[in-house]
Write a protein of this length. Structure first.
Length: 272
């Protein structure tokens, strides 16, 4: 059990119209996660009883633009994040009781993240809208070491943070007919990323395709939808530990996969 106080912070932003089609902005924000206590830890983890407040400073500049007399909208943002006394979810497996796991929060020194985000929307016709986005992210721990269950020091200084893919992307389009029929197709994906700070297991890059087709009226709508149409097998969480007594509790990777292909029909009715 973890006890912590509510989070808070503030921000300041300035914007300026460069022209009728371009608006630039600058934003600085500060936020924090309050410190707290890890309850019911074993004696060997007495030094983990408390964890400090994490402070985040975020610096962002961006440009919002319209092109070709409003046919295309774009948003570009560049950001830098300074995380001090970063809080991380840590865990250890008891070497004497392998079926027992100890979960707690600790501070990881600091980390510096930076990247960019770009999204665009093209109003190709009165009925067809195409959109896309691309994200780039670089992360790295500052000075962060911890001891594993065998007492061996693990140094994550300079390593990417968990669940921080370098690239994310999406692409899609929506067609809406004048009679109420519509169709939507989109794909989204991520590059590989570390599953956890407690091991070096990594995901595989993946792309997911979703689609929807249906009819919309004033008082009701109905559509057929499909998620993960190509039944892509992709990992969302990864663990590396010993879990099989008949295998001598040898450590191995376990992966929790995302949802498989799903198909369905949804009907909405509005009662006036």
């Amino acid at each position: 059990m973890i006890r912590a106080k509510p989070c808070g912070g503030g921000h300041i932003a300035l914007s300026k119209m460069l022209s009728d089609s371009h608006n630039a902005y600058v934003r600085v924000a500060r936020g924090y996660k309050a410190g707290g206590f890890n309850m019911t830890l074993p004696v060997e983890l007495n030094d983990k009883k408390e964890f400090d407040t994490e402070t985040l400073y975020n610096y962002e500049i961006g440009l919002k633009s319209r092109w070709l007399e409003g046919l295309i909208d774009t948003n570009l943002a560049l950001f830098y994040m300074d995380r001090q006394d970063q809080q991380v979810a840590a865990s250890q497996q008891d070497p004497d009781k392998p079926q027992r796991f100890i979960l707690y929060t600790e501070n990881a020194g600091s980390s510096n993240n930076y990247g960019a985000e770009l999204d665009a929307t093209w109003y190709a016709t009165d009925n067809l809208q195409l959109y896309s986005s691309l994200g780039w992210l670089e992360t790295a721990y500052g000075d962060y070491q911890y001891q594993d269950k065998y007492g061996t020091e693990v140094d994550l200084t300079g390593r990417d943070l968990a669940h921080s893919p370098h690239f994310t992307y999406s692409l899609g389009g929506t067609f809406r007919g004048n009679s109420g029929w519509f169709a939507n197709l989109n794909l989204s994906g991520k590059s590989e990323f570390y599953y956890s700070d407690s091991n070096d297991s990594r995901s595989e890059p993946y792309t997911i395709v979703n689609a929807r087709v249906g009819y919309e009226a004033n008082a009701w709508s109905a559509y057929l939808w499909g998620r993960n149409l190509f039944d892509e097998q992709y990992g969302v969480r990864g663990f590396y530990f010993g879990n099989e007594p008949d295998n001598g509790w040898a450590e191995k990777q376990y992966i929790r996969y995302g949802d498989p292909r799903q198909l369905g029909v949804t009907v909405n009715v509005k009662f006036m």
